[in-house]
Design a protein around this ligand. Structure first.
Ligand code: PEP
Ligand code: MN
Length: 344
């Protein structure tokens, strides 16, 4: 249920509604500020909310049902403009297009810095895995904590905010110190304990759609982060499992306009893991821009043939400038400017 407060409702009246809801013990209350009116989302036991008779309390305008299974991520909640996630001045949202670029995995300080410097003139943020969730336990699983220092050095050298994946709650605090955006990978989209921990870290979160997850499941996963009070959440479509094996995954570009209708959160696309083949990545990235994505996350390596992970899908660093120009041209047609630098 959504309790719409009357325009001009006082803070005391809003607090009173929140207290009444939380005193039930079965309802989670969240205040949602809006341009004209404040709303209080009441999530949980709808029957308990109804019994409270909140419509007759001072300052309450009306009580509206929230019909979808996801709540805080729902566009039903956004009676204001779509959310913008601000990462060190790079705004991820409806007017901009953000390009997050970098290696699949941090392999060495030199490799990371070379790639960071190659992408810096054209990218909004730097990606790079320190902790890699690998299908086989015998594959390279990342350098771990030393990689966080390498990423921090690359940020200092280039000014690019850093996006890196958290796979284990034990690493949460160390990772949050180094990262500007904490990534939750596809394999952990439904790791609910991890989602609650990132919800409390106070850093923007990039959550990727699970390999076999529905969009409703993605939005309910986002709810786990949002309910901890972290509103800085970016969603990522990265391809799903279908009967088709020609591409590594099937990129669901229809997910982007569907998500735009159903959630207020920004949506980006990962063309690299979807394609599994660098020759397809630019076409998919242009497609993402054309269907209204707020950005992309793309893998780039200075020597992909020698990469320790995902070599075939990583773009050559030398090709990155042309790639970014092509994708940003499509983004411009969709009415977006590059998300670069403070305030952009
Ligand atoms: C990644 O972006 O490094 C990654 C492992 O992707 P995904 O979680 O989408 O497989
Ligand atoms: Mn990868």
């Amino acid at each position: 249920m959504m309790i719409m407060m009357a325009p001009g409702a006082t803070p005391q009246q809003i607090d009173h509604v929140v207290t009444r809801l939380e005193d039930t013990g079965t309802v989670h209350a969240k205040v949602v500020p809006g341009a004209a009116q404040v709303a209080v989302a009441a999530i949980g036991d709808a029957a308990a909310v109804q019994q409270l008779g909140l419509h007759s309390l001072g300052g309450v305008d009306r009580v509206v049902p929230l019909s979808r299974p996801y709540k805080l991520a729902s566009s039903e909640l956004a009676h204001h403009a779509p959310s913008v996630v601000d990462v060190a001045g790079r705004r991820v949202g409806p007017d901009t297009f953000c390009i997050i670029a970098g290696p699949c995995t941090v392999e060495s300080p030199e490799q990371t810095l070379r790639v960071a410097q190659a992408v810096a003139p054209h990218a909004s943020m730097l990606r790079g895995g320190a902790f890699k969730p690998r299908t086989s336990p015998f594959a390279f699983r990342g350098l771990g904590r030393p990689a966080l220092e390498i990423l921090a050095d690359a940020r200092a050298a280039t000014g690019l905010p850093v996006v890196t994946e958290l796979t284990d709650v034990q690493e949460a605090e160390a990772l949050a110190e180094a990262a500007d955006v904490v990534q939750i990978g596809a394999r952990n989209m439904q790791n609910y304990a991890l989602l609650e921990v990132v919800g409390r870290l106070g850093k923007p979160v990039l959550i990727k759609r699970g390999l076999s997850s529905t969009l409703e499941e993605l939005l309910m996963a986002a709810d786990y982060i949002l309910k901890e009070g972290n509103e800085q959440v970016i969603l990522c479509e990265r391809g799903i499992r279908t009967f088709e094996t020609a591409t590594r995954f099937t990129l669901d570009l229809g997910a982007v306009p569907w998500l735009k209708l159903h959630t207020h959160l920004p949506v980006i696309v990962d063309p690299s893991h979807a394609a599994g083949d660098r020759r397809l990545v630019e076409a998919l990235a242009r497609g993402a821009a054309a269907v209204g994505a707020d950005g992309i996350i793309v893998e780039v390596h200075d020597d992909p043939d020698q990469a320790l992970c995902d070599g075939p899908q990583q773009l050559h660093a030398r090709d990155f400038a042309g790639f970014a120009a092509g994708v940003l041209a499509h983004a411009a047609l969709a009415g977006r400017r590059p998300a670069r630098g403070p305030g952009a």
